[in-house]
Design a protein around this ligand. Structure first.
Ligand SMILES: *Cc1c(COP(=O)(O)O)cnc(C)c1O
Length: 435
């Protein structure tokens, strides 16, 4: 399968090149040249398949031409050594829990898959690769843990100083080995800009092989389609078949775009709901057709504090830049911190379910959007214990027990390198690593 750039001014590349480069040379995002549809029979029987079996079928559609079948199966099964269950919350609303992986957020799926696929390509080529990843909180930990001790790979995690929760920070600053945490005096957008500039810098790219593990990377992004198919299968088991609406708490829009890919592959989803916090750039676009990026502002759903969502370019490309077509498949909602807190409290009180601040945005969007005869699923993108302070301030102290996996991280000692948000300083730091 070939991959083209959304900017369409450079030639198509192979999967290996797309994964090792991350971003296309013209700054566009890579897109697969085809999105193959499943036959209708696949969906008739999908509930008889396990999550791993479903994921393998989806993976073959994307990567089957480029990775030997047995290797791909091992990568998929090894990536998904945890479940993504669909949990009933109230009458017609379900939670797709994506927080059962090692770092308790959905990014474990793409992060683990990408680490394994890149490991496979490197073994074939004996290369050394430097992974740059900008994080608003959860990507850094998923990628760092996915790549920890993988030979031939060094990981640099860039995160905004003081803008991630303590537990998020511990998950990528305590690992050591091939993982270096860079504490940037700026916002997530600054971190993302530094990473993008690094990929465009001739001198850096001549000195070292750089790649990105953000959702701009197809190996991070595409595997996120796996759990949308699984959600449908698990709903079928629970007797739901039609009129399914999926709400996705969104920041960089990688997660939601993977859902749109799943729909294109035939997944019977009626529409998607893009749930935003006050960083509502896509919400505004859905209202008036104008895409106007602006600096992000800090909210309690911090992993969604993105002012210029990179995957929006993929959405435009997927729908041939038609605002009408996009607005048919996707509706938008936006909520303030006060509304997010209120929702966490109400869902806990009324249904005994604990949402994290991101999931709460998705839940609330469904409540507002759903018709009575429809069924809604919101993506619970992280475990509430990753945001204990925020959640317990609403539902009461001691009501969000710390999972064992997280407690282990809290014991480690934080180590980070402090850098400014200027590109020259970052570049000098990287060049020193290879000299
Ligand atoms: C990254 C993240 C999001 C946003 O996902 P995108 O793919 O960037 O839209 C939402 N919630 C949590 C908990 C996250 O870590």
């Amino acid at each position: 399968m070939k991959y083209y750039s959304t900017n369409k001014s450079v030639p198509e590349v192979s999967l290996m090149e797309a994964v090792t480069k991350g971003l296309a040379a013209d700054k566009g995002l890579f897109m697969p040249e085809r999105i193959d549809k499943f036959p209708a029979e696949f969906f008739e029987n999908i509930h008889k398949l396990s999550f791993q079996e479903i994921a393998f079928e989806v993976a073959k559609k994307f990567f089957g031409e480029d990775v030997p079948e047995q290797t791909l199966k091992e990568i998929v099964y090894d990536t998904l050594n945890f479940d993504c269950p669909v949990v009933h919350v109230n009458d017609n609303i379900y939670s797709l829990e994506l927080f059962h992986g090692p770092t308790l957020a959905f990014k474990d799926v793409g992060g683990r898959f990408m680490a394994r696929l890149l490991g496979y390509f490197l073994k074939e080529n004996n290369e050394e690769v430097n992974v740059l990843v900008a994080t608003s909180g959860d990507t850094g930990s998923a990628v760092a843990n996915g790549f920890l001790k993988v030979p031939g790979i060094r990981v640099f995690v860039l995160y905004p100083k003081g803008l991630v929760s303590e537990i998020q920070e511990k998950q990528f600053t305590t690992l050591g080995n091939n993982i270096t945490a860079l504490e940037i005096d700026g916002t997530f957008d600054d971190c993302q800009r530094l990473v993008k500039s690094a990929f465009m810098d001739r001198e850096l790219n001549e000195a070292m092989v750089l790649t990105s593990a953000n959702s701009i990377n197809v190996a991070r992004f595409l595997p996120q389609a796996f759990y949308y198919f699984n959600a449908y299968a698990r709903l079928r088991e629970q007797g739901v078949e039609n009129d399914i609406v999926i709400a996705v708490p969104s920041g960089n829009f990688g997660n939601l775009t993977a859902g749109l890919f799943a729909k294109r592959m035939g997944l019977p989803v009626k529409r998607f709901v893009a749930a935003n916090n006050e960083n509502d750039i896509v919400y505004q676009y859905l209202q008036n057709g104008k895409y106007e990026p602006r600096p992000s502002i800090a909210t309690i759903a911090n992993a969604m504090d993105v002012g210029d969502p990179s995957n929006f370019a993929r959405i435009l490309d997927l729908y041939n830049h038609s605002h009408a077509a996009i607005a048919t498949d996707m509706k938008g909602y936006r909520y303030s911190d006060a509304e997010i807190r209120q929702t966490i409290g109400e869902v806990y009180l009324n249904y005994g379910y604990t949402c994290d601040p991101h999931g709460a945005v998705g839940y609330r969007a469904l409540e507002e959007d759903l018709q009575e005869y429809e069924t809604g699923v919101f993506l619970e993108t992280a475990h509430p214990a990753k945001f204990t302070a925020t959640v317990e301030a609403v539902i009461g102290e001691g009501n969000v027990p710390l999972p064992v996996k997280l407690a282990e991280f809290m014991k480690g000692e934080k180590r980070s390198v402090k850098l400014g948000k200027d590109f020259e300083g970052f570049k000098k730091f990287l060049l020193n690593k290879v000299s």
